[in-house]
Ligand binder design. Structure first.
Ligand code: RIB
Length: 319
């Protein structure tokens, strides 16, 4: 199974379910507060580990109870935490409201995630990895440094540009796969993304900036796979949505593991026939990611909702 390094965030998610989101200046009553392990980096690490990958997490947590909670949870999910340091800053936290329709709104306080440094990633060994998974909840220059080290070692890179922010062209171009959702794609390109054709147009703008392959996650509309040869829409699965938190992270963990399993992490072949086979493998990995994302929507909380391989396979065999 693939060997994956995730360099990214670990957050304690403080979650309240409410009938709807409050208006600015409004106070509304929600249900009881629940605390879940979260953070886009840690979520993607757990997602991949539950699907059987060998996963190592690189990041920082505080010397506080939330830090203990997050490290214990990663270890109980078989994620190696030797590259997670304790920092004087507080552990990162996310304040999450989940509305009755399962949609969420999230405010993140980075805490120790903001202290992850280039020196931290320079201490990691990239030579035995298949894949590096990155998001944007640690400082962007550190994300870029990690991607450069991966590239120097022939390791494939997936960048989930979330939360969205302006990116240097070098980072856009260095990732083998950029995986934004519609909102992130819109913020990254300054273009309105509201349907498949506007998503394709915005993805092509990223191609013009040097991006290699873009997978736009579109919630209940599935995903759009765009590279310089193809633009393919992959449908997702209808489920009863309880909470969409970490659905994107589940997609990325699932896509990452299946991409390496099916393609062995090879680079896109130049030969047209081989390229068509490779593209089909990527599409199948996207479909697997969609199944993981759909399953994650059926349960409450970030990491508690991430499916294991048996659950994904049972789900796919019923569809
Ligand atoms: O992607 C979901 C995650 O975003 C949550 O777990 C929260 O911690 C924020 O980082």
């Amino acid at each position: 199974m693939p060997s994956i390094l995730v360099a990214g965030s670990l957050n304690a998610d403080l979650v309240v379910r409410a009938p709807r989101f409050p208006q600015p200046g409004e106070t509304i009553r929600g249900e009881e507060l629940q605390v879940f392990p979260g953070g886009k980096g840690a979520n993607q690490a757990v997602a991949a580990a539950r699907l059987g990958a060998q996963v190592s997490m690189l990041g920082r947590v505080g010397r506080d109870n939330f830090g203990d909670f997050l490290l214990d949870n990663l270890q109980s999910n078989n994620v190696d935490t030797q590259l997670v340091q304790r920092d004087d800053a507080s552990t990162g936290a996310a304040i999450i409201v989940v509305a009755a329709d399962g949609q969420n709104s999230i405010v993140v306080s980075p805490g120790a995630n903001g202290k992850v440094s280039a020196a931290d990633v320079e201490r990691a060994s990239f030579s035995t990895l298949d894949l590096l998974l990155l998001q944007l909840e640690i400082p962007t220059p550190v994300v870029l440094r990690a991607a450069q080290l991966a590239r120097q070692n022939g390791v494939r890179v997936i960048l989930n540009p979330a939360p969205a922010q302006p990116l240097p062209d070098e980072l856009v171009a260095i990732a083998d796969f950029l995986i934004p959702n519609e909102t992130e794609l819109s913020l990254l390109t300054g273009m309105d993304v509201r349907d498949l054709s506007s998503a394709e147009a915005a993805a092509k703008r990223l191609l013009a900036r040097g991006a290699q392959t873009i997978i736009v996650t579109l919630g209940s509309s599935g995903a759009l796979l765009v590279d310089k040869h193809t633009c393919t829409h992959v449908d997702t699965f209808n489920v009863d949505v309880v909470d969409t938190t970490a659905a994107g992270d589940a997609f990325i963990g699932g896509f990452a593991v299946e991409f390496i399993r099916r393609s062995k992490g090879s680079l896109p072949p130049a030969n047209a026939l081989e390229n068509a086979i490779y593209t089909r493998q990527i599409e199948q990995a996207v479909r697997y990611g969609c199944a993981c994302g759909a399953l994650a929507c059926t349960k409450f909380g970030a990491q508690p909702s991430l499916p294991n391989r048996a659950e994904v396979e049972a789900f796919l065999s019923r569809r």
